[in-house]
Design a binder for this molecule. Structure first.
Ligand code: FES
Length: 99
């Protein structure tokens, strides 16, 4: 995890590409550094297992965990995409485009 302009950003290398995403889940703020990456490029939140595209931040699943309770928790906060930031790797340096 790095901090860019005061914003915590998670850097992830997946299948040879580097992605920069918000370090906290947009649902209830879980630390996504403890999340898991799926083979097909989704970051899964460690708390309620929402899944977000590393490339676009789009939601693939919203709070499916734990069964039954996850749906109630998901209703507490409207579905939000994960902020993702453009990345450029140049001569061993990583440049992150912040809004
Ligand atoms: S905090 Fe991430 S899905 Fe609830």
């Amino acid at each position: 995890m790095v901090e860019v302009d005061g914003i915590p950003v998670l850097l992830i290398r997946h299948r040879g590409e580097v992605f920069a995403v918000a370090a906290r889940c947009p649902h209830m703020g879980a630390p996504l550094k403890s999340g898991r990456i799926t083979e097909d490029g989704y970051l899964v939140c460690p708390w309620h297992r929402s899944a977000f595209s590393l490339r676009t931040g789009d939601v693939a699943q919203w709070t499916p965990w734990p069964p039954g309770v996850g749906k109630v928790l998901g209703a507490l906060r409207r579905e939000h995409a994960l902020p993702v930031y453009p990345v450029q790797v140049d001569k061993g340096r990583i440049w992150i485009g912040m809004p």
